[in-house]
Design a protein around this ligand. Structure first.
Ligand code: CNA
Length: 388
């Protein structure tokens, strides 16, 4: 049985893995090569210094500043039932939160540095802002437990919606509708709303912390389940570090928990310095500055297409080809009709003067004035010319 996760460990309890519950001791543990499979768990607090408010900080948090949206209660903006009735407040807010206008923080770059050093097992984030990707952490290392703005789809039939059209809708504060005309459901970014299921990738990886040798929790109030239980999945003797403005969850209840109750950016700088990585960290972060050559990002994978979508695409392609060929056919038809008309006119003209040429063209030796009639089996669309 594990120890009581709700009680803070007392100062007399000796750590099991670290020399002491201090940042220096934790840094030594890392430098000694004992932390090779680090799990990082993050929340809105790692993005506040980028300019994105968190939810729950009093005064500055998002929930404290939503009066302008006239919501019945602050959380309604992310509630799927409320969204069905009134999607406008979400789209008003989405314009402010949409990725593209914020620079990753040095805390995001710290996670990238852990990856560069081959030490990052997985990042579990509750954030929807995609700043981890912007910082260069590869997609396959990130579990976006609450989804993100990276993809969008219909809330009813899940039909994917193109990114560029979503960007335009966000810009216009308009509410996009499903492109499947039979559905016409509301479209939203694949952010997990209250009342929606977490992504399958979260459930698939939720026990991964058991395999870690260090857990770093940053910028989260650990108040949203099931994410909040992740740190408990770490082994009893696995060191856990909390970098946050306040003590949260069960962090501090175990013998190898280290608490750094301060600003995330300041905290990661201290840890990096203690590990001898500060310069590298600053360099990694400087790559995210506006105007710097962008970090190579892996393409966000488009959702896999269903059989019906593939079929619809194939039908569209075929329709386009048929239309193109019909258009060609039509042009050819017009050209030939003109051509024959001209010829017919010339023949008529010649007939009046040189009947022998006419006989050559019809191939019959006849002097019939109805030449086009002879061509009708080849060009059936040519109307029979009236016999002059
Ligand atoms: P939260 O409940 O708002 O908690 C944030 C925590 O971070 C609090 O404990 C704060 O004290 C702490 N904090 C804030 N700023 C700092 C800082 N600079 N340094 C250190 N600590 C700080 O947010 P959670 O992430 O815990 O809640 C989960 C919600 C928040 C998820 O569903 C997210 O989708 C949602 N959210 C995400 C974003 C984003 O993507 N940036 C923004 C706002 C909300």
């Amino acid at each position: 049985m594990g120890q009581d996760e709700s009680r803070m460990v007392d100062d007399d309890t000796p750590p099991k893995t670290l020399d002491s519950r201090s940042l220096e001791s934790l840094a030594k543990y890392i430098k000694d090569g004992r932390a090779k499979r680090i799990v990082v768990m993050t929340g809105a607090g790692i993005s506040t210094s980028a300019g994105i408010p968190d939810f729950r900080s009093p005064d500055t948090g998002l929930y404290a500043n939503l009066q302008r949206l006239n919501l019945p209660y602050a959380e309604a903006v992310f509630d799927i039932d409320y969204f069905r009735k009134n999607p406008d407040p979400f789209y008003a807010l989405a314009q402010e939160l949409y990725p593209g206008s914020y620079r990753p923080t040095i805390t995001h770059s710290f996670i990238k540095l852990l990856h560069d050093k081959g030490l990052l097992l997985k990042l579990f984030t509750q954030n929807i802002d995609c700043l981890e990707r912007e910082a260069g952490v590869p997609d396959d290392k990130i579990i976006e437990a609450h989804g993100s703005f990276a993809k969008q789809s219909c809330i009813e039939c899940k039909y994917p919606y193109p990114k560029d059209q979503m960007q335009q809708a966000i810009k216009d504060k308009s509410v996009p509708r499903c492109l499947n005309s039979e559905c016409n459901g509301l479209v939203k970014p694949e952010i997990v709303f209250f009342g929606e299921q977490l992504p399958e990738s979260f459930f698939r990886n939720r026990f991964l912390p058991e395999d870690s040798d260090l857990c770093i929790v940053m910028g989260t109030s650990l108040s949203v389940q099931p994410f909040a239980s992740l740190p408990q999945a770490c082994g009893e003797s696995t060191p856990r570090l909390l970098i946050n403005s306040e003590q949260v969850g069960s962090l501090g209840s175990r013998a190898d928990d280290v608490l750094l109750l301060e600003d995330c950016d300041a905290g990661v700088r201290k840890l990096a310095e203690a590990c001898g990585w500060l310069e590298e960290l600053e360099n990694t972060w400087s790559e995210t500055a506006p105007g710097q050559p962008r970090i190579e990002k892996k393409k966000v994978e488009e959702p896999k297409k269903t059989r019906d979508e593939k079929l619809a695409e194939e039908v569209d392609k075929l329709t386009e080809e048929v239309e193109k060929s019909l258009k060609l056919h039509q042009e050819q038809h017009e050209w030939l009709a003109n051509h024959v008309d001209n010829k017919f006119a010339r023949i008529q003209e010649n007939e009046e003067t040189t009947p022998s040429v006419n006989a050559l063209h019809t191939g019959s030796g006849s002097t019939s004035k109805s030449s086009s009639g002879g061509l009708q089996h080849v060009f059936p669309w040519i109307e029979k010319k009236p016999t002059l």
